[in-house]
Design a protein around this ligand. Sequence first.
Ligand code: CA
Length: 756
Amino acid sequence: MSHASPTHAAHRLGSWRALALVAVAAVLSAGCSKREAASAPAADAGWLTGGHDAAQTYHSPLKKIDADNAGRLGFAWDYDLETTHGQEATPVVVDGVMYASAPWGFVHALDARTGQRKWVFDPKVDNAITSKVCCGIVSRGLAFAEHRVFVASIDGKLFGLDANDGKVLWQVDTIVDHERGYTVTGAPYVAGDVVVIGNSGGELDARGYVSAYKVSSGELAWRFYTVPGSSNGPFEHPELEQAAKTWDPQSRWDVGLGGTVWDGMAYDAKLDLLYVGVGNSALYPRKLRSPSGGDNLYVASILAINPKTGRLVWHYQTTPGDQWDYTATQKMILADLRIGDRTRQVLMQAPKNGFFYVLDRATGELLSAKPYVPVNWATGVDQKTGRPTESGLADYSNEPKLVFPSPAGGHNWHPMAFNPETGLVYIPTLEASAVFWIPEAPYTYIKGGPNAGALYAFPAAQAGNWGLEGAAAKHLKPLAELSKGQPDTTIRGFLRAWDPVAHKVVWEVETSGPWVGQMNAIWNGGGVMTTSGNLVFQGQSTGALHVYRATDGHPLAAIDIGTSIMAAPMTYELDGVQYVAVMAGFGGALGGVHPVGTAAERYGNAGRIVTFKLDGGAVPRPAELRHESAVPRPSVERFGSAADIDAGNELMKRNCARCHANQGPGAIPDLRWMSADTHQHFDDIVMKGVRASKGMGSFAGVITSEQAQQIRAAVVDSAWRAYEADQNTPQSAPHVPDSGPHIPVKPGSAASEVSR
Ligand code: CA
């Protein structure tokens, strides 16, 4: 086992890891028995934050597993996470213990050598929160400091847990207004002696903010709002007075205006700066949100905050006046890069808007911004002013426009990774466009509900007529017309090795899988990890963990684990053995849809941590599910008028489609195949929340009972059209008459969901 001295390691790894080493040293002296301390590994053999270190590099200096032997990677152990919701977190390993956050805000503490459970923490979430969830009941990670584990629950509590036994040392409610559409899916981040947490709800009516709590006590240290609450105060802090000047006084302050901080942060201990990525605004269309225009600070911005005072040191707005859900919440990486004749301390981000940014992280100065995917909303970014040059091609204020990148972004939450040895950033990129438009019906505010104020649709190959039904599609031009003169609209995904100094792709691997042109082409490739063994790791929804040579992308291994992977892998070393681990389980923005060809569709979606080592042998796969291939006969007859069905389709798109996408089998049911019994209890489910424990909270207050029935009428109409089309198709498989869908459930997975 290599055992670098702290001094040597600190010099080699930079100041942020030096801080982490100090933290681990404190852990070793404070929290562990003598025997454990004596056998403790070198500090840099662990994985100390979601992204390995405070700089969030997703890079490990370990190299026992390397480009020569990666083909020998096999099974070490696995661990059942007892849920079928999506897994987006990367575990932390400190002193031989793995801490992993799971859906709802559960924490699992395991022996990192064996996968044996030490303790589990249940945040005891109020299920009613599920109606506010945007993109799956997920957790993007936890933080560790001073022998404490910090995790947020989906309903917005932040917990400080004793790392020894998971006992709650302190807990706080981080939500300022529970009537609004707040949830928390992001990880907390430690910056000095505070732990910082944001929230989600940018498409609902959240007003974004981050809160910092003292690591020791949970006492609120400061709170920074990302958007003003009014045009003329009172302002909670002075930065908001400046920000208010960039909004129309008649802005929709009542809707909250978004700017949620739902994912990336990073910390530089030497500069003592906390970096916070800020999300999109709602309403999406600027003419509805801030009618006279303006940059609308601090939406879609990167903020540098002094964690001792909570005051803003600098900000950089990636997408002034954003209209396209172009969040700058994506994870940021801090690194030292040789640019020209100087070594620069930089912050790198690939936000949704398609440009890769390199900023001086001490000052916020723009060093470069170049497109890493096709972009049409701007022609470039002015190096002097730091502002994008908008093309006008994407402004849908007056008519629908095809926009590149799509609101899924050129890059989403999936972590990218930076390898200081190759100098490359490995980015899971998404190539897609979408048509945006403002609906004909005047916008009405729904408290605690969806308030994007615009609609969009993807040109997915399987979705003729934009995948829309009824009135929603009537005023959209065909794709061929909207895409004239535009980049290729085929939906694809790529793992790209990006040179952040030369601004170019050095190598790429297509990760579309069998879904080229379909939505899962962009959701197949997961988060990325890189190591000093000249390796890049990325899982896919197919269930394969792929390993590439970091320098040139040469494929070295593809290990089928039988469980879809979205989260970034991690690695650690114990007793001279290097392990690689990944949290597996599908979900996120596709909701519970499991496209045909994903491991989730073939083997179910029981979440697990799978850990690998050299010469471990084959990874055990879950038992295969049995699928009925036929399109079943809908369980009830059509009802409702054509107008009801049109209205139902619009309501469906605004309220339901973010989870129920009617595309195939999955943990979240395809509503078309509701059983007769479910139809009977539809009002209880939708309006009274009787299935909240399964993730379907009440929509009372968001829609009326009459509107719920319009949605049901639209769903039934859609089911009959699918059924009739199937009946008219020659060679269609025999249907299953008079029954609900066959959505098989593996014993021990969805049916016995212990973690709700
Ligand atoms: Ca968003």
